[in-house]
Structures are given as structure tokens and as C-alpha cells.
Write a protein that binds this ligand. Structure first.
Ligand code: GTP
Ligand code: MG
Length: 283
């Protein structure tokens, strides 16, 4: 990979296995809970989810809502409800608000299947939901929050969950935590780059400079430009200008753009550049 070139291709071995295992478990579950990252409500979705997971009832969670503008997210919520025809719930798996609406909706969506099983003479069983989504969107965190425990492992990088794990939420609902999966091919490099911004692809898959450059370009053009310029105390949102301002200079008086790129990505990920949604709401 050339250092200054933007190219993201990331498909580690465990993901192929994870995708196979998702399909194997499909018959066992009544409902799919699809978790997305609120900073990229479209780019963190699968273009082929029906092909991947069939037409089970689906509940959509827009997680990490604490990192974006609430009013803008509510427009996205309305848009996604209409365009997917699924219930959409905004979540903050890291915050203090509770997520009982997730349990209630998942149980409601499962009820027709459970009623059908009971009509065949089977005893009532808990609803079963599979929690799916791109790496690092917060699937395991949502589950931990619902169980008020650390039953599943979480972490701020892609690929933390390696194995499926059933977790009982209450007598009415069981959830299957799954490893985040990502499409085999990243044909859409802009989508892949946005997934890199939010650590949905591993940092081994790209060089920070071209990725941070794209982020700065997107921020320069948008309504967040003034805030970000203020934050970096520069009129020009380039790696060179920000590096020079911070006095991050390496041998030969050159701005240390690599160090700067790493910091910019970190600032964005930790919410210091503002409450930003990076996808365009379709009109
Ligand atoms: N700010 C914020 N961070 C969150 C939220 N939910 C999860 N996180 C953080 O996001 C990171 C990823 O969370 P995980 O729950 O491990 O994500 P995952 O989807 O299970 O990831 P994989 O197992 O790798 O697919 C962790 O550092 C969490 O603390 C949220 O609502 N807001
Ligand atoms: Mg996980």
C-alpha cells in the first residue's frame, strides 16, 4: 500500500466465518436487530441485507447518538423509518439513558412467529434476536447495557467480538451477539473511508494521511467548517497547516502530516470536532 494513496480493502479471515455463522443461525431467530453508527447512518448499513439475512422482521438501532446532533438525527430517523419500513430506535449504549424500548420492540416484532409456533402446539419460548452490524458500531455494548453487565467483550476497535454468544436479557428475550461483518469487496471507496473514520475497518487496512485528508475535505465543505477551523486555530483545513500550527515539524522543516492525521482521526472519533453526521440525507 502506498503511504499517500487512499485505498481501503479489509476483509480479515474471521469475517468470512462470521458471515457463514450468521446464515447458519438465521433459522433460530425471530428478529434481526441491525445496529448502525449514527455518524454514518447509510454508510454503516449493508446494501444487501435482505440477501444476507432474508426478510425477517428487522429493528434498526442508530447507536452512538451522543456523538451527533440530535435534531439532525431525528430527521434521519424519520427517513429511515420510511425507507426501510422498520422501527428505528436511537441509542447511546455508552450513556446513562436506558434501552427498554429496544427490548419491548424486539419482543413485539417476534410475537407473530411465536404465536405461529404456539398455534402448532409448541410451548411459548423467549423471543430470539440476532444483533448484527458493521464492526465497532456498538453491538456488544448495547447487549451489555441491556443486561447491566459485562457479559460480552467490548473495545474501541474493529473485530473485538470473534464468536457468537447468546445472552438472556429477561424471560421474554434472548439476544445473539455476533462479530461485526463488512462486505467482501469495498467497491465504494467513499463508504469504506467513512467506515475507517469510525474505526469500523481496522487501522491496519489504510494509511492515516489520505483518510484524514478526505475527512478534512468533507469538514471544510460542510456546516461544521467554522467549528473545526476554530478548534485547530487555522483558516486552512489541511494536514500541513494544522501540523505547522501545532509546531509538529520533522527533519528538514517538514510538517509531520502523519502524526497530525492520526490526531485528527482521534479527535473526530472522540467527538472533539463537533456532533457531526457525515452522510447526506437523501431528499
Ligand atoms: N460514544 C459512544 N461510544 C459507544 C457507544 N456504544 C458503544 N461505544 C463504544 O464503541 C466501541 C465499540 O463497541 P463494541 O460494543 O465493542 O462494538 P461491536 O459492534 O460489538 O464491535 P465488534 O464486536 O468489533 O463488531 C467501544 O469503545 C464502546 O465503548 C455509544 O453509544 N456512544
Ligand atoms: Mg462486539
Amino acid at each position: 500500500m502506498k503511504k499517500d494513496k487512499l485505498h481501503i480493502h479489509w476483509y480479515p479471515g474471521h469475517i468470512a466465518k462470521a458471515e457463514r455463522q450468521l446464515k447458519e443461525k438465521l433459522n433460530l431467530v425471530d428478529v434481526i436487530i441491525e445496529v448502525r453508527d449514527s455518524r454514518i447512518p447509510l454508510s454503516s448499513s449493508y446494501s444487501n441485507i435482505e440477501k444476507l439475512l432474508g426478510d425477517k422482521p428487522r429493528l434498526l438501532l442508530l447507536n452512538k447518538a451522543d456523538l451527533v446532533d440530535k435534531a439532525e438525527l431525528s430527521n434521519w430517523c424519520e427517513y429511515l423509518k420510511t425507507s426501510t419500513n422498520c422501527p428505528v430506535i436511537v441509542t447511546e449504549a455508552k450513556g446513562n439513558n436506558e434501552l427498554s424500548a429496544v427490548v419491548k420492540t424486539a419482543v413485539e416484532l417476534s410475537e407473530p412467529k411465536i404465536q405461529a409456533l404456539m398455534a402448532k402446539g409448541l410451548l411459548r419460548r423467549p423471543a430470539r434476536a440476532m444483533v448484527v452490524g458493521m464492526p465497532n458500531v456498538g453491538k456488544s455494548s448495547v447487549i451489555n447495557k441491556l443486561t447491566k453487565s459485562s457479559k460480552t467483550k467490548i473495545g474501541a476497535k474493529a473485530g473485538v467480538t470473534r464468536q457468537q454468544q447468546w445472552v438472556r436479557i429477561n424471560p421474554k428475550l434472548e439476544l445473539l451477539d455476533t462479530p461485526g461483518i463488512i462486505p467482501t469487496r469495498q467497491d465504494d471507496q467513499l463508504q469504506a473511508t467513512k467506515l475507517a473514520f469510525v474505526s469500523s475497518v481496522s487501522e491496519n487496512a489504510y494509511s492515516p494521511e489520505p483518510v484524514a485528508k478526505v475527512l478534512l475535505e468533507m469538514l471544510s465543505g460542510g456546516k461544521y467548517a467554522e467549528f473545526v477551523k476554530d478548534y485547530y486555530k487555522t483558516e486552512e483545513l489541511t494536514l500541513e497547516s494544522i501540523a505547522t500550527n501545532r509546531n509538529w515539524i520533522i527533519k528538514g522543516e517538514n510538517p509531520d502530516t502523519e502524526r497530525t492525521a492520526i490526531y485528527i482521526l482521534k479527535d473526530f472519533r472522540e467527538g472533539r470536532l463537533g456532533k457531526i453526521i457525515l452522510d447526506e440525507l437523501p431528499v
